[in-house]
Design a protein around this ligand. Structure first.
Ligand code: GSH
Length: 224
């Protein structure tokens, strides 16, 4: 099997999700790091990368074994699920085979992709990067992100903080992990969300999470 190519950036949360999934599946892959510029050779907004992802964002995933190129972390994750996850004993997918199991997987996956992830991203933007101070926007996105933490905490209470879908860790946890880990950078606290804290502690200790961070960021994650 030829290694897959994961296009990434050392600080962005989205590529990490895909690295964790590749590690969980024990699929060989190499990482190509890009910067956020429009440099034609090195930047996500430059000509070389735009040929891989017209949207100019990471992750993107190239699979030389099938010729398939994917981007958007949800599409990359679901490609890995369809092509490489075990049909009988799934590593990434829903915890069971019922329609409710499949819907439960998708509703939490979409909640991260459409809500918790973007709200955290906007909180980060207005806290760290917007060129003028905008307290209203920061307040709005911080409150929304905290609200998402509470929704997640209530869900995690069902498993005692072990996994978002009660039963086992799935790709849903991998989607959430790098975003929730940014809580301090976003200026937020997990003190009112004990199940989220417990979950992040357990995710931090997992081998696939440790290996993915070392590969993408060069250092293992810590949380206690
Ligand atoms: N919705 C996309 C978002 C991808 C994304 O925003 N990636 C960030 C890094 S985590 C990026 O490439 N940013 C570059 C930019 O903003 O120019 C996903 O889930 O993959």
């Amino acid at each position: 099997m030829q290694p897959l190519i994961l296009h990434a950036h050392a600080t962005g949360p989205n590529p990490i999700k895909i690295a964790i999934a590749l590690e969980a599946l024990r699929i060989p892959y190499t990482v190509r790091q890009w910067d956020f510029s429009d440099n034609p050779q090195t930047g996500v907004k430059g000509a070389s990368f735009l040929r891989i992802n017209e949207n100019g964002r990471v992750p993107a995933l190239e699979d030389p074994n099938t010729g398939v190129v994917s981007w958007e972390s949800g599409a990359c994750m679901n490609y890995l699920r369809r092509v490489y996850d075990g049909k009988e004993s799934s590593v990434l997918g829903p915890v069971g085979n019922s329609e409710q199991d499949r819907v439960d997987f998708e509703k939490w996956e979409y909640f991260l992709l459409t809500t918790l992830g973007p709200m955290t991203g906007q909180t980060n933007w207005f806290r760290h990067y917007n060129s003028v101070k905008n307290e209203d926007a920061l307040q709005r996105y911080s409150t929304q992100t905290e609200r998402c933490y509470q929704v997640l905490d209530d869900q995690l209470a069902k498993s005692g903080g072990h996994s978002i879908l009660p039963g086992r860790v799935t790709a849903v946890d991998y989607h959430f992990e790098p975003w929730v880990r940014q809580f301090e950078f976003a200026g937020l606290s997990l003190d009112k969300h004990p199940h989220v804290k417990q979950w992040l502690r357990e995710m931090t200790a997992r081998g696939e999470v440790q290996r993915a961070y070392i590969k993408i960021k060069g250092a293992a994650p810590e949380f206690s």
